[in-house]
Design a protein around this ligand. Structure first.
Ligand SMILES: NC(=O)c1ccc[n+]([C@@H]2O[C@H](COP(=O)([O-])OP(=O)(O)OC[C@H]3O[C@@H](n4cnc5c(N)ncnc54)[C@H](OP(=O)(O)O)[C@@H]3O)[C@@H](O)[C@H]2O)c1
Length: 455
């Protein structure tokens, strides 16, 4: 008898089952549409065992059971969970691999515990193909429960730079979902600034074939990353008539919620995540450019007539990308560190950065240097450039274009802010004191005073 079940044979579920059985494990599977289970059983033989109903799953497994849920997050997960609570035995564990909000995971954990059942909120990243091959897995919840599944998860997970599995016990309570949510927030940011570089290149009349070559060049060293890999592939993709497919794709971007939740968490915890927030707003802005034809401007007017991006400018692009990369990771990591401090979830940031090295969407060579930064609090060596030069060069590329670059610009401002010796917020403080007597502190003093700000 196996201890392993899976509910939900959608894109992710089916690929995860294929991954699990490729490691000589058997698994009992139930899906709302049973024909999908029949097809998989017919193809894979007796390693996949069909359950006709959720209750039938119980008969075909023994305690302590580990039930993987891969159904839509929210209402469906709650409904399936309610059915499970009624039939599971104490000590069984439900592993929710959906993109659940951390508050929902906390509520599900409390509800499960009333039945003696453990609820693990486990982030999974890498998309459907990587679920089949090597996902990155971020489980959080009760430590013992997570640890009993770790040997299996280590088999199916991606590998980090040192060859270790990209799975770890992320932490208590909703730590797994929270870390996965922040991962997605960082993903939003990286995707948006890659799109902005594409837009800058497009505004210089660079052909898609040339862009592909430029992105191949950008996708080296610390910038080497999954999202740049797929950008190169996308730029090389042709429609059935042999023309570039990308230019025919609608510019209205979708989003499913995790980017918004990251910003919501940042607001709740008081953590500045401007790059991530701008990337969310950029998706929401998309489509609004189609709404008012009076405001349309002639894009042709803004095309820079410099005959394409030169070699030196490609280097500038690299600096802009590094600035954005650092800003995106810094903001996400700070959000996790603050959440960990606030809620005491036992999150080890070194482990998080390690398991993001393989399998997940935000994997990049940058993750080789970031762990040292957070271990020693020394600036990461962004390939022998000091931060000042990096920012100067990034600014050149951002200022050179008339296309909107909310995330590149915001990343640049974020990095400049974080590295500035002085900010203008002394004036903010003075204004607050002037109209509201909120008090100000002199530099290096803890004493709050109020002044009459009359000149
Ligand atoms: N796709 C990704 O790249 C990705 C990455 C990470 C995490 N996730 C998370 O993984 C989960 C599954 O995603 P997916 O992409 O695999 O979704 P999907 O392809 O749409 O599959 C959804 C699955 O849930 C089942 N389902 C839907 N409504 C149901 C209901 N009312 N009762 C019982 N079962 C129901 C479906 O059954 P039928 O076959 O009968 O329709 C199907 O098996 C989601 O929570 C998502 O957030 C997805």
């Amino acid at each position: 008898m196996t201890h392993l079940w899976l509910i939900g044979l959608g894109t992710m579920g089916e690929n995860l089952v294929r991954n699990i059985i490729s490691h000589d494990e058997s698994i009992v599977v139930w899906n709302r549409s049973l024909d999908k289970v029949d097809a998989l059983v017919a193809e894979t033989g007796n390693t996949v065992i069909k359950a006709d109903t959720i209750a039938d799953l119980v008969q075909k497994t023994e305690s302590p059971r580990n039930i993987i849920l891969l159904v839509p997050a929210g209402k469906v997960t709650t409904e399936v969970a309610q059915e499970l609570f009624g039939i599971l035995s104490p000590g069984d564990a439900i592993w929710d691999l959906g993109n659940a909000h951390w508050d929902v995971t906390l509520a599900n954990q409390a509800e499960a515990l009333k039945h003696g059942i453990h609820w693990v909120g486990c982030g999974i990243s890498g998309g459907s193909e990587w679920a089949r091959l090597w996902p990155a897995l971020m489980p959080g919840g009760e430590e013992e429960t997570v640890k009993r599944m770790l040997p299996l998860l280590e088999k199916i997970a991606a590998k980090d730079f040192a060859g270790k599995p990209c799975v770890t016990y992320v932490g208590r309570a909703a730590a797994g979902n929270f870390v996965k949510m922040v991962h997605n927030g960082i993903e939003y940011a990286i995707m948006q600034w890659i799109a902005e570089i594409y837009d800058i290149l497009r505004s210089t009349n660079t052909s898609q074939a040339e862009m592909k070559t430029i992105f191949e060049e950008l996708n080296t060293g610390l910038l080497k990353s999954f999202l740049l890999d797929i950008t190169v592939d996308i730029l090389g993709t042709k429609d059935s008539d042999g023309t570039d497919l990308l230019e025919k794709i609608s510019d209205i971007a979708g989003s499913k919620g995790t980017g918004g939740w990251t910003v919501e968490a940042a607001l709740k915890l008081g953590v500045p995540v401007p790059t991530i927030a701008e990337s969310l707003f950029a998706r929401w802005m998309s489509g609004r450019n189609h709404q008012n034809s009076l405001w349309k401007m002639n894009n042709e007017k803004w095309i820079m007539n410099n005959g394409g991006i030169s070699k030196i400018e490609t280097n500038l692009l690299k600096q802009a990308l590094k600035t954005a990369y650092l800003a995106s990771y810094f903001q996400g990591i700070e959000l996790i560190l603050v959440a960990e401090k606030e809620w005491n979830w036992w999150i080890d940031i070194q482990e998080v950065l390690r398991i993001w090295q393989g399998g997940c969407i935000i994997r990049s060579e940058m993750l080789r240097v970031l762990p040292d930064f957070y271990r020693e609090w020394s600036a990461p060596d962004a390939e022998s450039k000091d931060i000042e030069t990096l920012l100067q060069e990034a600014r050149e590329i951002i200022n050179s274009s008339m296309v909107p670059t909310p995330v590149l610009s915001s990343s640049y401002s974020y990095m400049l802010t974080r590295t500035s010796e002085k900010l203008p917020t002394n004036l903010i403080q003075a204004m607050r004191d002037s109209f509201g007597a909120h008090g100000v502190k002199r530099i290096w003093s803890d004493v709050s005073e109020s002044f009459q700000w009359n000149s």
